[in-house]
Ligand binder design. Structure first.
Ligand code: C2O
Length: 500
C-alpha cells in the first residue's frame, strides 16, 4: 500500500500469476500494482518513473487515474496523446492532483495503447473519514479490495484481432485451462462481521458476473458514488467499473466460492478458472463444496442498473425529457476492416496525433474543428448541460463507455426503453448494451480540458473507439502549471509556443 506522496516505478518482469510465465509491464513490480490510498481532499503527488527495458513490449508509458475528475489539473490525466506525450524510458512525470469532493473506489492504469493488458493496472482507494456508510451499515472492515482481471499469454503488441483471455485473475491469482493447480486467492472473514468489499474491474475486455456462494451483496457505492443500499446476489461488472458491496459473514463456518464468470464467448467456465475462496476463520484450509466450474445461481436476484440510485439527491443537468440538454450529441459507432481494422465514431477513428490535444490547444488552436485527429474532437462550451446518446450495435459489444473528467447521469440504461430524469445512477463507465439499446448520459461542463470518451475494452480503444471532448477551451490554458516540463516530456512540443 502506498500513500498520496509516492514514487511509482514502471518496470518489466517475468511473472506467472496463473502458472504460465510471460513478460509483463508492471507498476511497482507486482500484478496488480500496489494499492494506492488517500483521504478525501488529499493533494496527490505521484512521481511515475519509466524504467522499461523489455523490447518485446511498449517502452513508453503514461498513467491515468481512473475516475478522478482532475479538476483544474487536466494535464495530470495521463491519457497519452490527449493530455501528454508518453513518458520515455529513464524519464519521469509528476502527477499532481486534488481529490476535492471525491471518495470511494478507483484504479489506475497505463493509458498508452493496450499496455495495461500487459499488467500495468492497480487499485486506488480514497477514504472518507465521514463516510455515511460507516454509520449506516456498521461495517467492521473496509480494507478488502478485490480486483478482477483478464490475463493473456501473449503480449499486447502481438495481440490478434480477436483476443481471447487465457485466465481470470482475482487479486492477481487464477488458473488457466489445462494449467497447474496454482493457489486461489483467499478472502478471510470472521463469522458475525460485516465486510465492505471493494470490487474493481481492471479488465481489458470481459465483463464479469460476480457472486459469492450463499451470501448476498449489498451495493453501497458505484464508481465513487454512494448509492442507496441495494441487495443483490450477483452483479455484472464491466471493464473499468467499481462496486462496494457489504458482505455479512453470517453463514455456517466453511469455505465458499467467490465467482467471477467472464462474458467472453470463447473461454468456458471449466477447470476452476474463474474462482477465489471466501474462508471463515477456523474453517478448514480446503476447497469449498460446490462445482466451481459452472455458473451456479442459487437465488435469482441479479443487479439491474436501473435499480441503482445515488444516496444524495443530485439533479440531472438539463430538462427532464430526451434532447432537453443545452448540447445534444449522438455517437454512431461502426467498424471497418480496411485499411486497418478500426472502430469509427460518427465516421472518424481516433488515431494518436503527434501533438497531444492539450498541447495543440496551448499552442493556439482554439476551435475543435482545427484539432487533430480530425473529426474526433467535439468542442463543448463551459456551463452547459450535455446529453450523449450512443446506440449499440458495433461488433464486439457490449461496449463499456468511460468518460474522463466527469461522472455522468445514466438517464437511459442498457436494456431499457424508458428514461429516468429523476434519480438515475451516476457513474463513470456504462455499458451501452445490445443492438436496439440507446444508452444516454448527461453531464455538466464545469471542468476545462480535453477529456477522452472511449470504450474501456482496451483492445477497442487501441483500434480507435474514442472521441475527445474539448471542454471550455478558453479556460484550458490558464490551468497549466509551470511544474510540468513539457519540453522534456514532449520534444515535439518545442516547435510550439505554449505562452502564446
Ligand atoms: Cu480507465 Cu481512459 O480510462
Amino acid at each position: 500500500v502506498i500513500g498520496p506522496f509516492a514514487v511509482l516505478p514502471i518496470v518489466n518482469a517475468i511473472i506467472a500469476p496463473d502458472g504460465h510465465s510471460r513478460h509483463a509491464t508492471l507498476a511497482g513490480g507486482t500484478f496488480p500494482g500496489p494499492l494506492i490510498t488517500g483521504n478525501k481532499g488529499d493533494h496527490f503527488k505521484i512521481k511515475v518513473t519509466n524504467e522499461l527495458v523489455d523490447q518485446s513490449m511498449d517502452l513508453v508509458t503514461s498513467i491515468h487515474w481512473h475516475g478522478l475528475f482532475q479538476k483544474d489539473t487536466n494535464y495530470a490525466d495521463g491519457a497519452a496523446f490527449v493530455t501528454q506525450c508518453p513518458i520515455v524510458p529513464f524519464e519521469s512525470f509528476l502527477y499532481q492532483f486534488n481529490t476535492e469532493e471525491q471518495a470511494g473506489t478507483y484504479w489506475y492504469h497505463s493509458h498508452f495503447q493496450a499496455q495495461y493488458c500487459d499488467g500495468l493496472r492497480g487499485p486506488l482507494v480514497i477514504y472518507d473519514p465521514n463516510d455515511p456508510h460507516l454509520g449506516l451499515y456498521d461495517v467492521d472492515d473496509e480494507s478488502t479490495v478485490i480486483t478482477l482481471a483478464d490475463w493473456y499469454h501473449y503480449v499486447s503488441t502481438v495481440a490478434p484481432l480477436i483476443t481471447e483471455p487465457d485466465s481470470t485473475l482475482i487479486n492477481g491469482k487464477g488458473r488457466y485451462k489445462g494449467g497447474p493447480p496454482t493457489a486461489f486467492e483467499v478472502v478471510n472473514v470472521v463469522h458475525g462481521e460485516r465486510y465492505r468489499l471493494r470490487l474493481v474491474s481492471i479488465s481489458c475486455e470481459p465483463a464479469y458476473k460476480f457472486s459469492v456462494d450463499r451470501h448476498s451483496l449489498t451495493i453501497i457505492e458505484v464508481d465513487g458514488i454512494n448509492v442507496k443500499p441495494l441487495e443483490v446476489d450477483s452483479l455484472q461488472i464491466f471493464a473499468g467499473q467499481r462496486y462496494s458491496v457489504v458482505l455479512n459473514a453470517n453463514q455456517p463456518i466453511k469455505n465458499y466460492w467467490i465467482r467471477a464468470l467472464p462474458n467472453y464467448p470463447v473461454q468456458d467456465y471449466s477447470n476452476y478458472t474463474n474462482v477465489a475462496i471466501l474462508r471463515y476463520s477456523s474453517a478448514p484450509i480446503s476447497s469449498p463444496q460446490g462445482d466451481p466450474n459452472k455458473d451456479v445461481p442459487q437465488r435469482n436476484n441479479p443487479l439491474k442498473e436501473t435499480n441503482l440510485h445515488p444516496l444524495d439527491p443530485n439533479p440531472v443537468p438539463g430538462k427532464p425529457f430526451p434532447g432537453g440538454a443545452d448540447i445534444t450529441i449522438n455517437l454512431d459507432v461502426g467498424f471497418t476492416l480496411a485499411p486497418e481494422p478500426a472502430y469509427l465514431v460518427n465516421n472518424a477513428t481516433f488515431t494518436s496525433p503527434s501533438i497531444p490535444v492539450l498541447l495543440q490547444i496551448l499552442s493556439g488552436k482554439r476551435n475543435a474543428s482545427d484539432l487533430l485527429p480530425k473529426g474526433t474532437i467535439y468542442g463543448l462550451e463551459a456551463g452547459k448541460s450535455v446529453e450523449i446518446s450512443i446506440p449499440a450495435g458495433a461488433p464486439g459489444g457490449p461496449h463499456p463507455m468511460h468518460l474522463h473528467g466527469h461522472s455522468f447521469h445514466v438517464v437511459r440504461s442498457a436494456g431499457n426503453s424508458t428514461y429516468n430524469f429523476d434519480n438515475p445512477i451516476i457513474r463513470d463507465v456504462v455499458s451501452i448494451g445490445d443492438p436496439g439499446d440507446n444508452v444516454t448520459i448527461r453531464f455538466f461542463t464545469d471542468n476545462p480540458g480535453p477529456w477522452f470518451l472511449h470504450c474501456h475494452i482496451d483492445w477497442h480503444l487501441e483500434r480507435g473507439f474514442a472521441v475527445v471532448f474539448a471542454e471550455d477551451v478558453p479556460d484550458v490554458a490558464s490551468q497549466v502549471k509551470p511544474t510540468v516540463d513539457w519540453g522534456l516530456l514532449c520534444p515535439a512540443y518545442n516547435q510550439f509556443n505554449p505562452k502564446e
